[in-house]
Design a protein around this ligand. Structure first.
Ligand SMILES: Nc1nc2c(c(=O)[nH]1)N[C@H]1C(S)=C(S)[C@@H](COP(=O)(O)O)O[C@H]1N2
Ligand SMILES: [Mo]
Length: 416
């Protein structure tokens, strides 16, 4: 079969697929009736051919696609993932969010080592090669900064916020590394150990105490990200990955782990990463990220140009396990409908959801509400404020809203 006939067959298949879709969904792009069977669909004259470029050793995006992180210039620095530009659940590594307290250290992997000591039988220093000699695992997990997503909790947030600006401190990668359980068996954990300290190599002196059970359960020392070496921004050559735990516990450039019978009360778990609650109380070691969801389309600054069917989509995630359900309201939260969850549905991972919505040109509010497999339901902003008090910091997982106006503009928050 020649290239030419192959081309025309696939072209025909694509066209019939398109017409089928148009009939079913009543798209109207040329002003004719939705049941017009697409008479105006014609095969364009293929008189020109696009000349090819030579192949490159490293691929790059189409020049027509320009997703980028918003990088803040503040000292520590954050870079936000453009959630509105993604398909599926994986965040391209070069668009993963970043948060570092003292910049990105350049670490020579030949000089890297990880010390595990404290309440262990055999204190051990592992080189990177040592770590890579153990059987590896690869798992797809989200990572989220616990400071992500405060807009909308206290008063009305600005309307001109994109998904990236609201919730861009969350991303998903396939992480590869050695399970901490393997390393624990190697060093021999003493019976009275119940916590471990994880400490990074950067100048930020990031140290966090993690319950030992988490180490036995599903924590990794990760050296791979989306099929290649982990990026410097994500902790090259190795980081701790504690799936479902707040971002700051996932210590990058990890150099030391110390086992103990109590938490270490580091600066980043006492003065920071604690949540002021009502009644002058404070929540500490609030490590697990609660279930959350965000509609990424339609969202600001999208403008709906046509009435009719639109595919609402977004992502949901939970630090406790799988997403069980995502409901969408297209009427300000009065009624809710189950969205379709796109496979795969993985534990402690983004799950993409979709719902077809017929917009009749009305002003309305779109919301999404996630439920995870433990039965936990994403709360309203009012319920979160009521439970935590107004001074709460971190863990802002309240329901997000988008207002669609008659002119098709989409703004963040409830505007009507
Ligand atoms: N060593 C070290 N680990 C660190 C940090 C840091 O500054 N230094 N930042 C933490 C914070 S606050 C977050 S949210 C995550 C961010 O991980 P990422 O930059 O790979 O997205 O890393 C955590 N681990
Ligand atoms: Mo963070």
């Amino acid at each position: 079969m020649s290239d030419r006939s192959e081309h025309s067959i696939s072209r025909r298949t694509a066209l019939s697929g398109l017409i089928g879709g148009a009939g079913a969904l009543a798209f109207r792009s040329d002003g004719q009736d939705s049941d017009g069977q697409g008479q105006n669909v014609e095969r364009p004259e293929d008189t020109t051919r696009v000349p090819g470029e030579p192949a490159r050793p490293i691929g790059q995006r189409s020049p027509f696609e320009t997703p980028h992180r918003i990088v803040s210039t503040s000292p520590g620095g954050v870079s936000r993932s453009p959630l509105q530009d993604f398909r599926g659940i994986i965040t391209p590594s070069d668009l993963h969010y970043e948060r570092h307290h003292a910049g990105i250290p350049a670490i020579d992997p030949s000089r890297y080592s990880l010390l595990i000591h404290g309440m262990v039988e055999r204190p051990t220093v592992f080189t990177l090669d040592d770590l890579k000699r153990f059987p590896s695992v690869s798992r797809v997990h989200f990572l989220e900064c616990s400071g992500n997503g405060s807009p909308g909790l206290r008063g009305a947030p600005p309307a001109n916020r994109t998904p990236q600006e609201i919730d861009g401190l969350v991303s998903t990668s396939e992480w590869t590394g050695v399970p901490l359980a393997t390393l624990f068996n190697e060093v021999g954990v003493r019976a009275n150990a119940s916590w471990f300290l994880a400490e990074g190599m950067d100048a930020g002196a990031m140290g966090r105490s993690i319950p030992l059970e988490k180490g036995w359960d599903d924590a990794l020392i990760a050296y791979g990200q989306n099929g290649e070496a982990i990026r410097p921004e994500q902790g090259y050559p190795a980081r701790l990955l504690v799936p479902g735990y707040e971002g700051s516990a996932n210590v990058k450039w990890i150099r030391r782990m110390e086992l103990s019978d109590q938490p270490f009360m580091t600066r980043n778990e006492t003065s920071k990463y604690t949540d002021p609650l009502k009644g002058e109380r404070t929540r500490m070691f609030s490590l697990v990220m609660d279930a959350k969801s965000l509609i990424t389309y339609p969202s600001f600054p999208v403008r709906l140009n046509e009435r009719g069917w639109h595919g609402i989509t977004g992502v949901a995630w939970s630090g406790r396990g799988r997403i069980a359900r995502v409901e969408i309201s297209v009427d300000r939260g009065e009624t809710w409908r189950d969205a379709l969850l796109q496979e795969p549905i993985l534990s402690k991972c983004f799950t993409r959801f979709q719902l077809m919505w017929q917009w009749q040109g009305e002003t309305t509010v779109l919301m999404s509400r996630a439920t995870d497999e433990t039965g936990y339901v994403q709360p309203t902003a009012a319920a979160l404020r009521e439970a935590r008090g107004v001074g709460t910091r971190y863990h802002y997982n309240h329901i997000r809203a988008w207002t669609v106006s008659q002119d098709g503009t989409v703004e963040f928050g409830v505007r009507v």
